[in-house]
Write a protein that binds this ligand. Structure first.
Ligand code: BV8
Length: 244
């Protein structure tokens, strides 16, 4: 039995499947990966300048404009075959959980339900001081705009470095990683914690762990199956074989 058929057999036996995705899943939609988002205009800035509370306080306008640029990109792209394959996968398994580090909302736009957003969503905005999500605000010309309730800065509803992840989402993600037969890590460099710990928790709980990434990561040497391919190619093929 060749590797791929072993992998498909493991998936066909599975009843509980958990998936973790990263920026690589949205790359084929034209959304720059996190590292790539620091190209061109933003190349001169370090992640800690753009994606930390202290970076925001140092230069709120810069950070607001970086997210406005990324939000614009997200609004002009569409989910790709990887997103659609994961949406279809949810109907193949009795129990299926989709955890993402992505803030682009493309899984939901592809039809995935109950997506566990570990790092928030760039299409939502909240008050920096009160932490409350704000749906609409008056354009007073301030950049960032001001909170209609307290006048404080508005910010994207994403999790910045040195910020805690949303407790409910992290608990659901940890439970789904530790209670699955097969765990798939797709399109993530596996460098940012606690998300990067989830495949290791699945390994520790006896799950079969599969990685889909054209490049090796710190996880590659530890997984049962490593598919060195683009997600938009590997995932539709996998769903096809599961349905066959
Ligand atoms: C926290 C939202 C408590 C914002 C993001 C333990 C050890 C070491 C460090 C830490 C640790 N625990 C905590 C830390 C600190 C830190 C951390 O992990 N630092 C790293 C850099 C070492 N973690 C935190 O700060 C977390 N909070 O721990 O709070 C605390 C409190 C105070 C002080 C300390 C701790 C918060 C982390 C969340 C940060 N927010 N995003 C935004 O998006 O703007 S993280 C952001 O970067 C993404 O969400 C994602 O998580 C990460 C990027 O990773 P990837 O998604 O994997 O993307 P990347 O570009 O790296 O790679 C793309 C991959 O895709 C590549 O491998 C490529 O080969 C592949 N690929 C490309 N094309 C394709 C493909 N794959 C498939 N198909 C393709 N076509």
């Amino acid at each position: 039995m060749n590797l791929e058929s072993e992998l498909v057999a493991a998936l066909k036996r599975a009843r509980r499947v958990t998936v973790l995705t990263g920026a690589g899943v949205s790359a084929e939609s034209g959304v720059p990966t996190f590292r790539d988002a620091q190209t061109g205009l933003w190349a001169d800035f370090r992640p800690e300048d753009l994606a930390t509370p202290s970076g925001f306080l140092r230069n709120p306008q810069l950070v607001w404009e970086w997210y406005a640029w990324r939000r614009e990109r997200v609004n002009t792209v569409a989910p790709n075959p990887a997103h659609h394959a994961l949406a279809a996968m949810a109907d193949v398994f009795p129990e299926f959980h989709l955890i993402t580090q992505n803030v682009d909302g493309l899984h939901q736009r592809a039809g995935s339900r109950d997506v566990i957003e570990l790092h928030g969503n760039i299409t939502r905005t909240k008050c920096f001081d009160e932490g409350t999500v704000v749906a609409e605000w008056k354009d007073t010309g301030h950049v960032p705009p001001q909170c209609p309730h307290c006048g404080g800065h508005l910010r994207p509803d994403v999790v910045w470095f040195e910020e805690m992840l949303p407790v409910d989402e992290l608990q659901r993600a940890t439970h789904a990683a530790m209670h699955c037969d097969v765990f798939l890590s797709i399109g993530t460099s596996g460098l940012v914690y606690p998300a990067a710990g989830l495949p290791l928790q699945a390994l520790g709980s006896g799950a079969t762990v599969i990685e889909v990434n054209p490049e090796p990561t710190p996880l590659t040497a530890r997984v049962h199956f490593a598919i060195s391919s683009a997600a938009g190619v590997a995932l539709p093929r996998l769903v096809e074989q599961l349905r066959a």
